[in-house]
Write a protein that binds this ligand. Structure first.
Ligand SMILES: [Fe+2]
Length: 158
């Protein structure tokens, strides 16, 4: 049970259709990321964080594979943005071992803001490029081999 009544309201950004880049697989994975970020709370932070980091790697791997498969010229720059994000998150997580509500809100805020900024700028650029070059043909769904243990290594756990 959450005990939020005496605390400041959680920072929550809900997924909305305005975040779509119109590549179905990417949109549904983004939506799931928002759901996981929203689930971060003090009682279950370690479990949710494990699931979230794992899903981030899955999503980045799939998105990168879609970009590569479609011949997207911005692919390697985009990869760097994903790597920079991962390092920032790993630094944040390594800075402290313990959690309190404040730190969880800080993380949620960072994740939501980064996601929105990244989606609405860089992922959208890919979505627009995709439509220009591949028309309405939907991108074939991919299940990329993800880099297993990516965050563990960034966090010095692997
Ligand atoms: Fe991306």
């Amino acid at each position: 049970m959450s005990e939020t009544s005496d605390k400041r309201p959680a920072f929550v950004v809900e997924w909305r259709d305005g975040f779509k880049i119109n590549v179905d697989q990417v949109d549904s994975e983004h939506k799931h990321l928002f759901t996981l970020v929203k689930q971060l709370d003090l009682a279950t932070v370690n479990e949710t964080l494990d699931e979230l980091l794992d899903y981030v790697v899955t999503h980045f791997s799939n998105e990168q594979q879609l970009m590569e498969n479609s011949g997207y010229p911005g692919f390697s720059d985009h990869l760097k943005l994903h790597e920079a994000f991962s390092s920032t998150v790993a630094d944040f997580l390594s800075a402290e071992d313990s959690w309190d509500d404040e730190r969880i809100q800080q993380l949620r805020k960072f994740l939501n803001k980064w996601l929105i900024g990244h989606i609405m700028t860089h992922d959208l650029r890919f979505g627009n490029w995709y439509r220009e070059h591949h028309g309405e043909t939907p991108a074939a769904a991919v299940t990329a081999n993800k880099k297993v243990g990516w965050f563990d290594r960034l966090l010095g756990r692997g």
